[in-house]
Design a protein around this ligand. Structure first.
Ligand SMILES: [Fe+2]
Length: 200
C-alpha cells in the first residue's frame, strides 16, 4: 500500500472512543421510549418550600440572586424542573438587597407573592407589589430590588430545563461580557452563593 492509498499515518481517523453509547433501535422501541408513561402529576406543599426558603434566608453568605428553591418533578430525572420545559423557582430578596444586573437566554416570568420593590428590564424600572407579574424577554438585562421592610417572595418561571438539556443555555451574570457562561460542565466557576462579598 502506498502513502496515497492509506492516507499516511497523520490522516488516519482516531479510534471512536464514544461509540458505547450508540444504539440503533426499531421504530416500535423508539415510540415506546418517548411516551414517558412513568411521569406522574406532582404537587409541592407550600409548607415545604417555605421552610427551605426560610432556611436559605438565614444563611449569611447566600446572596439574593441565588436565594431560591426549585420545584422539581423527579419523574423527569435530569430534566430538572416542574416539567421538561419549565423551571419554577421561588426566590427571596431581603429588604434593601439588590440582584445585580444580568441576563440569560431563558425567558423569565416573575409573579410577586410578598413584598414590594422594583424589577428593571433593559433600563425600564417596574415597581411591583403582591399580585403583579412581569415578564423578562430572553437575553434582556434585568435586576431586582426589595425596597421596603419586608422580604420579597416571588415565583419565577423559566423555559430553562429543556434549553439546558440541549446545551443551549447561556448566562451573563453579573453584567459583563467576561461573565458570559455556557451552562455546560467546566466552562465557568460558581457565582453568588460562594462569591466573596469583599471582591465587589
Ligand atoms: Fe434572571
Amino acid at each position: 500500500m502506498n502513502a496515497a492509498a492509506d492516507g499516511g499515518a497523520a490522516a488516519m481517523p482516531k479510534p471512536d472512543a464514544n461509540s458505547e453509547n450508540a444504539r440503533v433501535i426499531t421504530a416500535d422501541e423508539y415510540f415506546q421510549r418517548i411516551r414517558h408513561t412513568h411521569v406522574r402529576a406532582c404537587k409541592w406543599e407550600g409548607d415545604e418550600w417555605k421552610a427551605l426558603l426560610t432556611e436559605l434566608g438565614n444563611d449569611p453568605i447566600r446572596h439574593a440572586e441565588r436565594r431560591f428553591v426549585a420545584l422539581v418533578n423527579e419523574d423527569h430525572e435530569d430534566l430538572a424542573g416542574a416539567s421538561p420545559g419549565i423551571f419554577i423557582g421561588i426566590q427571596m430578596i431581603h429588604p434593601g438587597e439588590h440582584v445585580p444586573n444580568h441576563r440569560h437566554n431563558s425567558v423569565a416570568i416573575y409573579h410577586y407573592l410578598q413584598g414590594t420593590g422594583a424589577t428593571t428590564v433593559e433600563g425600564q424600572r417596574y415597581e411591583f407589589k403582591p399580585g403583579d407579574t412581569i415578564v423578562c424577554p430572553a437575553w434582556a438585562y434585568h435586576e431586582h430590588e426589595a425596597t421596603v421592610d419586608e422580604d420579597v417572595i416571588m415565583y419565577v418561571a423559566q423555559d430553562m430545563p429543556e434549553m439546558a438539556a440541549k446545551r443551549t443555555l447561556f448566562f451573563e451574570e453579573p453584567m459583563g461580557l467576561e461573565n458570559v457562561r455556557h451552562m455546560v460542565q467546566g466552562t465557568s466557576k460558581s457565582w453568588s452563593a460562594t462569591r466573596d462579598p469583599d471582591a465587589e
